[in-house]
Ligand binder design. Structure first.
Ligand SMILES: C[S@@+](CC[C@H](N)C(=O)[O-])C[C@H]1O[C@@H](n2cnc3c(N)ncnc32)[C@H](O)[C@@H]1O
Length: 276
């Protein structure tokens, strides 16, 4: 069971630790959310799991209790030291890296495990998108259950035609099906965050499409001027593949004057293939 708010505060004061806002230190105190995260990921004995930001180890303990092997990366040296002393000794299945998840997006998961693993994490909200892009350019987890800032979850899950649809929606949904997006109350954390949160459940597609670095840059460039028309944006593109892609879109009946956010996912996937 997770610690209650008073137990969390007591532990933090025993450790002499003030929650660090910049590191998004809002610790889970709600048993249902912890249980639901483990359940949605379908964790079973022997699964390999990656966690970002284990903090006080609440989610980590639930993951380990499922019989899974856990690789976690924590940036805060004081919390890493606490986990090393409290959780590591009794948990041979727990592997902890002290560092930044942008340097270790898969928390040091060994390459022998990288074709079969899952990610379960209450993410540090400030770095969720660069971390997600790093994950999408490496070995892909079978599923992810992620606590995120609600706005980020809305962007990741947005459909074309919505103002939230953008580069990250395209990269993520080309590889993953959104199986669920659940609002989570601020009361589930201690201290309560000032922003809204959501739990996002993602399942890898059998035919996951990946974007090369060149394709990602091209999509990002197009979306930096999202109010402009696609024709005007694509004519400025230097990449011949991007011009060829746009010519194909016109042939398929897509209008010159649509905005990037109105173009469906499958057309962006054609760009990924052209620039692969
Ligand atoms: C939202 S808290 C989650 C804590 C814990 N997993 C829980 O659910 O109670 C985010 C955690 O990520 C850690 N963190 C922040 N930025 C990080 C980064 N760049 N790399 C790794 N960990 C980071 C914080 O120190 C904190 O422990």
């Amino acid at each position: 069971m997770p610690l209650s708010p008073s137990q969390t505060k007591e532990l933090l004061s025993k450790l002499g630790h003030q929650p660090n806002k910049k590191l998004g230190q809002n610790f889970l105190i709600d048993g249902n959310i912890v249980r639901k995260s483990v359940e949605l990921a379908g964790l079973q004995k022997g699964d390999a799991v990656v966690e970002v930001g284990p903090g006080l180890g609440t989610l980590s303990q639930a993951i380990l209790a499922s019989g899974s092997k856990l690789w976690a990366v924590e940036r805060d040296p004081a919390l890493s030291a606490y986990l090393r002393e409290s959780l590591l000794p009794g948990s041979p299945q727990f592997h902890l890296t002290e560092g930044d998840c942008l340097d270790f997006p898969l928390a040091g998961l060994p390459s022998a495990q990288s074709d079969d693993f899952k990610i379960v994490a209450n993410l540090p909200y400030a770095v969720s998108t660069p971390w997600m892009e790093a994950v999408l350019s490496g070995p892909l987890p079978e599923c992810m259950v992620l606590m995120l800032q609600k706005e980020a979850a809305d962007r990741y899950a947005a459909q074309h035609g919505s103002k939230n649809f953008g580069a990250i929606s395209i990269f993520l949904q080309s590889a993953y099906t959104i199986r669920g997006k659940h609002p989570v109350s601020a009361a589930c954390f201690c201290p309560a965050p000032k922003v809204d949160s959501a739990l996002l459940w993602l399942e890898r597609k059998p035919n996951a499409v990946r974007f090369s670095e060149a394709a990602r840059q091209c999509v990002r460039r197009i979306f930096t001027q999202r109010r402009k028309q696609l024709g005007a944006l694509c004519r400025k593109e230097a990449e011949p593949e991007a011009k060829f892609w746009f010519a194909q879109l016109l042939e398929q009946g897509v209008s010159d004057n649509v905005r990037p956010e109105e173009v469906p996912l499958e057309h962006w996937q054609a760009l990924a293939k052209a620039l692969s």
